[in-house]
Design a protein around this ligand. Sequence first.
Ligand code: PLP
Length: 361
Amino acid sequence: MSNNPLLPANIDALAAYSSAKSEKLTGTTWLNANESPYVKNIDINISDLNRYPDPQPASVINRYADYAQLSADQVLMTRGADEGIELLVRTYCESTKDSIALFLPTYGMYKVTADTHNVAINGLSQALLLDGSVDDIITAVGNSKLVFICNPNNPTGSLTPLDKIKAIATALTDKALVIVDEAYIEFCPEQSASSLINQFANVVVLRTLSKAFALAGLRTGFTLAQASVLAPIRKVIAPYPVSTVVASIAANALSPDAITSMRRQVTILNALKIKLKQWLSASPAVLNVLSGEGNFVTLKLADKNSFKIALKQGLVMRAFTLYGENDWLRISIGNEQELEQVKVWLDGLSQSTTQKEQEVS
Ligand SMILES: *Cc1c(COP(=O)(O)O)cnc(C)c1O
């Protein structure tokens, strides 16, 4: 606790959020933040920066609505999906009174956001979400206002079937918003819950341009829901959340040609993921590989020290504590050359593992 008498207790108690990028690491191969390896070269020519931007740029909203097969009033553009999470908590939860439900292990921003707004966490497990009955899930959700389902889940890659999401939304009608975080849905588009939006007033879908669309630096996301769900959020969001520059780049990224090119990249990355999974499964340095649907693979190392060996080789991946064990690692799917660095690291590890076995025998 600090000695600052001005700080509310919940803010004083916050741990600094440690994102993949906030850790000061050095390296040459960056596979720690689930970014796309594809670099866009962008030319922009903007002449009206003396004017305030359109609060919700129509060119972007219309293109995203087409892409998501929704109407324009069902699309809200935000500064990343992260801002969508924050707006949902700020709009729908009452401080010190309401709670949000989440299924651990999962994306860290739900808890960070709830903590900053003095909203309680109802921490449930991925096992309950995936293997539990809908009745058990609804009982455990209790009176939580928001239910966050990360699908596919970061960092485990697991998928909650659409039927289950539908059953949960049905049971929670008028009781809670079911928020499906689809940051990685482009890697398995047939699993999207966006088709439930017209049918369910309590289904919200979060999307981003940061992953498959290769624009993490742009800070653009979308909150998708029925117009009546978005209306109060539109009162809470900052007046000019999207800069003219960002709107121009986002509109280009959502042109039909750009979407085709994104889908082509996704096909390549999904194929590389299969190759990486095979290498990992065959490696004696890896104990467990979580079969993931996103642009990443999560695994348990036989020896936590292998992570440090990778860092020495300039290979940066994301270390995780999962299930109380601090020897998990998440590898983002990079390009072929980047994954070759992972192979070099793995080959080095299995050599030293074999040597150790020989020394023992
Ligand atoms: C990366 C990620 C986000 C954040 O997306 P931004 O649009 O970059 O804010 C949200 N949810 C999940 C599950 C993510 O992995």
